[in-house]
Design a protein around this ligand. Structure first.
Ligand code: PAF
Length: 257
């Protein structure tokens, strides 16, 4: 794996690769790679001549009370996983923001409700960093997990509205054997909380067969021990929910006809 830290150098390499007729697949991440990321990486590996992964814990998508400082950063492990998965370039910038950075990408429709309610400013940070990463890496295809459904929808809209020449490819959520959707934040859960958190995937899976899935889930989730409901909503054919388990906020969703 070639590690590039300088955005200008990354952009130059991408331009050269494209000039040489190569296709670039891109998996943007905040590191702490798990099997969900690896599924994205494997798919991108199979479909593109060159594979670029970025690791950047983007400060602008964290709220002031959120976990930016403690977000896991196991770089050596991530690097070994990238090596094993056939990643060509790991783009790992120190910072993507100038001190006087003052330009933001704000999606004004999808970035309301659901996660945006509890995380004001989050999608502005995501949209800004993703557009910036796409401008630097210039990929033909970029891969995202459906676990962050609202993020996928915001990015699809941003790419369409701003005519970004990258195809956005969302892939289905990867789950642990017990059903919990993989997330770098799962490691915050204590063993008890981890068991309590299983209510989220279990009840989501039960809800999609109910006549009124949203109402059913809003009724049943708060009855589970240790679980505090944030939201349940059905949007774009997916039933989405967020809960608090202790201090950890977990989100999940399933396709729902
Ligand atoms: O999903 C993530 O890990 C992040 O939100 C992303 C897309 C890498 C932007 O920082």
């Amino acid at each position: 794996v070639k590690i590039i830290r300088d955005p200008a150098q990354m952009q130059r390499l991408s331009r050269l690769l494209k000039q040489a007729g190569s296709t670039i697949g891109f998996v943007p991440t905040m590191g702490a790679l798990h099997l969900g990321h690896l599924r994205l990486i494997e798919t991108a590996r199979a479909k593109n001549k060159h594979l670029i992964v970025s690791i950047y814990v983007n400060p602008t998508q964290f709220g002031p009370q959120e976990d930016l400082r403690v977000y896991p950063r196991p770089l050596q492990r991530d690097l070994a996983l990238c090596r094993g998965a056939g990643v060509d370039v790991l783009f790992h910038p120190a910072s993507l923001y100038a001190e006087d950075h003052s330009t933001w990408v704000v999606e004004e429709k999808i970035a309301h409700g659901r996660c945006a309610t509890t995380r004001p400013g989050h999608f502005r940070g995501v949209a800004t960093v993703v557009l910036k990463l796409l401008n630097i890496v210039q990929p033909d295809r970029a891969y995202f997990g459906w676990k962050d459904a609202q993020q996928v929808e915001v990015i699809q809209r941003l790419v369409r509205d701003l005519a970004v020449p990258t195809q956005i490819i969302p892939l289905e959520t990867v789950r642990d054997r017990d059903g919990l959707a993989l997330s770098s934040r799962n490691q915050y859960l204590s063993p008890t909380e981890r068991t309590q958190a299983l209510a989220l995937p279990l009840l989501l899976a039960g809800a999609i067969h109910q006549p009124s899935p949203v109402a059913w889930l809003r009724r049943t989730l708060p009855r589970c021990p240790g679980v505090k409901l944030d939201y349940v909503e059905k949007t774009n054919g997916r039933l989405c929910a967020a809960v608090w388990v202790g201090k950890t906020r977990l989100i999940d969703n399933l396709p729902c006809p």
